[in-house]
Design a binder for this molecule. Structure first.
Ligand code: ADP
Length: 216
């Protein structure tokens, strides 16, 4: 599957980060996460970061033109033979259309869209227990995926943090945003027969095993 361009498509907090890691280990793709890119920009207080901060902290989508610009810059720099795993992008129809256009310019296209399906009720429980490493962005969960030593990253020993947007009010806002704006994007790929739906209600391992069957 080298050189493939994939989208991983999941509700907020349904394990995008975790499953992206698994896919990245299995096949050779560049992992492009707009959530990570935006958090990095916010941390570095760049112009993009200053603009994005108010939206992410309110659980709202960052404006399309801002996200499309950072993705466009990144995509152009990725080796064509490597392919890309798009994580958290596209989230709107305009982003999906912009992605098609930028890939076409580079002689590439989307090969498959992996949609992990999880009901809203499960998501709230999951996100309130989520912890993140501020240094390497590794995601943990207090019960489902605890670090070896409580509160500390396995990789670099940094103290894990709770993301500002991981509180129940913001989570519900993010789920509402997701349903309103992102469902049409799933339909966009479904119509083109690119959508592979995966049941994401089991353990992270069960979900990743299901994803792996797609690559066999
Ligand atoms: P989640 O935890 O929701 O899966 P991400 O880490 O992908 O989230 O994104 C965190 C926040 O960054 C989002 O709630 C949103 O404000 C912003 N964001 C990330 N990707 C996009 C995008 N493609 N379009 C607009 N906003 C985005």
């Amino acid at each position: 599957m080298a050189g493939k361009n994939l989208i991983i498509f999941v509700p907020p907090g349904a394990g995008k980060g975790t499953q992206s890691e698994v896919i990245k280990e299995k096949i050779s793709v560049f992992h492009l996460s707009t959530g990570d890119m935006l958090r990095e920009a916010i941390k570095n207080e760049t112009e993009t970061g200053k603009l994005a901060k108010q939206y992410t902290e309110a659980g709202k989508l960052v404006p399309d033109e801002v996200v499309i610009k950072i993705v466009e810059e990144k995509v152009a720099s990725i080796d064509k033979d490597m392919g890309t795993l798009f994580d958290g992008f596209p989230r709107t129809l305009d982003q999906a259309k912009a992605l098609d256009a930028m890939l076409e310019k580079l002689g590439r296209s989307i090969d498959a869209v992996i949609a992990i399906m999880v009901p809203d009720e499960n998501i709230v429980t999951r996100l309130t227990g989520r912890r993140m490493c501020p240094a390497c962005n590794m995601i943990y969960h207090i019960t489902a995926k605890p670090p070896k030593k409580e509160g500390v990253c396995d990789h670099d020993g940094e103290v894990l943090i709770i993301r500002k947007d991981d509180n129940e009010k913001v989570i519900r806002q993010r789920l509402d945003t997701y349903h309103q704006q992102t469902s049409p994007v799933m339909d966009y790929y479904k119509e083109r027969d690119l959508l592979k739906e995966i049941d994401g209600t089991g353990t992270p391992k069960e979900t990743s095993d299901k994803i792996m069957t797609l690559f066999e």
